[in-house]
Write a protein of this length. Structure first.
Length: 76
């Protein structure tokens, strides 16, 4: 794991993030001795567009009618 001083990390932040992504972690050390570790977040296996199905019991014809009426309101 690579370690950077605070000043190095600030000056080369994009490189620090790339390093963390490549090797799994990067440490940043401050003058006061505090150490911080940057880790890449785990990649999600699901799409943010995947949403659960909601069963409303409303026929498709009624839903289409509602959408069309809504569109007509905004076209005026």
């Amino acid at each position: 794991m690579k370690a950077y001083t605070y000043s190095e990390a600030r000056a080369n932040f994009a490189s620090v993030l790339e390093e963390a992504e490549r090797y799994g972690a990067v440490e940043i050390r401050r003058r006061d001795g505090a150490i911080f570790r940057i880790l890449p977040a785990p990649k999600s296996k699901i799409s943010p567009l995947d949403v659960p199905v909601v069963k409303l019991g409303v026929p498709t014809v009624d839903l289409v009618t509602i959408v069309r009426e809504g569109r007509e309101c905004f076209q005026r």
